[in-house]
Design a protein around this ligand. Structure first.
Ligand code: SF4
Length: 230
C-alpha cells in the first residue's frame, strides 16, 4: 500500500505534517492498532526514508507535526538530527510530537534537544480507566485526566468503538474541552484488527458533537486519513 507521508493542514492549527518510519512501538498491544505494521527494525531504511520525507518540509507555517506510528523516542537519533536541521533551516518555531504515557518522564529531553516550543500529543483514546486499560489494552495507567494534562499538551481520544458508551464519550468530550489546550477526536474506522466500530454510536456522536468542529482547539477526524497522511 502506498502511504501519503507529507501533508499540509490548511484550516485550523495550520501546519505541515510528516508521517515518518520508526522502530516498533515499545508497547504494541493496543487492541485496535494496526498502524504499527508501518514500524521497522531496518535502521538504514528509516534514516533514508525519513530524510526523503523531511526534505519536503517548507516551513511555510512555522509549525511542523511529526508522527511515526509510535512515539518520537522510537525514531532513530539520525532522524532527530535531521528534524533539528529542518527546524533550524526552515525556521520552525513549534513542533508537535507523539508520545506514549510510558515515556512521560522523558518529554523534557525532547524539548531540550529541539530548542523550540514542543507540543506533545498522547493517544489516550478514553479517560475511562476500565475501557482504556482493560478493553483497549492501552498501557497508560494514569488515574485522572489531570495527571495527563500536567505533562501533555494535546489529548487524542477515540469515538465509536464497540463497547464504548454514550456516557464515556460525553465525559471524554467534557474533559478535552476543559483541561487541554489542544485535542484530537478520532472517529474509529475499522481496520485489520478484530475491533469493531459502533455505527449507531458514531451517528449519535455526529448529531451531538459536530459543534466541536467550530472549536479552534479541537480537531475532529471523521476518517483516519483526514490529516492527509496515512
Ligand atoms: S501505543 Fe500507539 S502505536 Fe503503540 S500499539 Fe498502542 S496505538 Fe499502536
Amino acid at each position: 500500500m502506498i502511504m501519503q507521508r507529507y501533508s499540509k493542514i490548511t484550516q485550523k492549527n495550520q501546519r505541515e505534517i510528516v508521517l515518518l518510519k520508526g522502530r516498533p512501538c515499545f508497547w504494541g498491544k493496543c487492541t485496535f492498532c494496526d498502524y504499527i505494521e508501518d514500524n521497522t527494525r531496518d535502521n538504514e531504511l528509516m534514516i533514508s526514508k525519513n530524510e526523503e520525507i523531511l526534505s519536503q518540509v517548507t516551513g511555510e507555517f512555522g509549525v511542523l507535526e511529526v508522527i511515526n506510528s509510535g512515539s518520537v523516542f522510537e525514531l532513530p537519533k539520525e532522524t532527530w538530527a535531521k528534524i533539528k536541521q529542518v527546524v533550524d533551516e526552515k525556521q520552525i518555531r513549534k513542533l508537535f510530537f507523539e508520545s506514549h504515557w510510558g515515556f512521560r518522564n522523558r518529554l523534557q529531553e525532547v524539548r531540550d534537544y529541539f530548542g523550540v516550543e514542543v507540543w506533545f500529543k498522547i493517544g489516550v483514546e478514553t479517560f475511562d480507566n476500565n475501557f482504556r486499560q482493560n478493553v483497549l489494552i492501552k498501557g497508560a495507567d494514569f488515574e485522572t485526566p489531570e495527571e495527563v494534562a500536567e505533562l501533555f499538551d494535546s489529548a487524542c481520544v477515540m469515538v465509536g468503538i464497540a463497547g464504548q458508551t454514550i456516557e464515556i464519550i460525553r465525559e471524554d468530550m467534557a474533559i478535552i474541552q476543559r483541561l487541554f489546550k489542544h485535542a484530537t477526536v478520532n472517529v474509529f474506522v475499522e481496520n485489520t484488527t478484530p475491533v469493531k466500530a459502533d455505527i449507531e454510536l458514531i451517528r449519535w456522536f455526529e448529531q451531538e458533537f459536530s459543534f466541536l468542529e467550530e472549536n479552534p482547539k479541537i480537531e475532529v477526524l471523521w476518517h483516519n486519513t483526514d490529516l492527509g497522511v496515512g
